[in-house]
Design a protein around this ligand. Structure first.
Ligand code: SME
Length: 157
């Protein structure tokens, strides 16, 4: 497995298309979940330079902070709370162009302006979420949804 990443310039679509095989190569052959989640956050942060990229994992009735890249963050989120808890409850990806307009948004950092949260689903059950935050408004769209959903589908818990 290669432990280095080739960063490419280009459209968002091109960046994802170059990144996804590299993420596959990074995590294939490694069975440790934390190691794989950690490398995925590193790869996404390095390619896209987002403000915050990380995982929250379902533990009982809460999401608990997992591997991430970026400033320190809230450690526990209840089901149905914030963008992450809502994505968990609905088992669907949420794109939030303006976090101030999302009722109940949890501001781990006041610098975050837009966000996308993608649930990790196994046999119909959400076992975590991938959360990405940007300091700029309206940074996430269907391209991110499609490719981030593809990336999380590569993870085996
Ligand atoms: N904003 C998220 C909380 C997690 S942090 O952004 C890292 C939410 O509303 O669920």
């Amino acid at each position: 497995m290669a432990e280095d990443l080739t960063i490419i310039r280009g459209s968002k679509e091109e960046q994802y298309l170059a990144l996804i095989p590299q993420i596959k190569a990074l995590i294939e052959g490694e069975t440790d979940l934390v190691a794989n989640l950690a490398n995925i956050t590193g790869a996404l942060k390095e390619q896209f330079g987002w403000f915050w990229v990380g995982f929250y994992l379902v533990k009982g009735e809460q999401l608990v902070l997992g591997p991430f890249q970026g400033p320190v963050a809230c450690t526990r989120i209840n089901k149905g709370r914030g963008v992450c808890g809502t994505s968990w409850a609905k088992a669907e990806t949420l794109i939030v162009p303006d976090v101030e307009k999302f009722p109940g948004h949890i501001a781990c950092s006041s610098l975050s302006r837009s966000e996308i949260v993608v649930p990790l689903i196994n046999n119909g059950t959400v076992w975590g979420v991938l959360d990405v935050d940007s300091e700029l408004p309206d940074q996430f769209d269907e391209t991110d949804k499609t490719h981030l959903e593809k990336i999380v589908s590569l993870i085996h818990n």
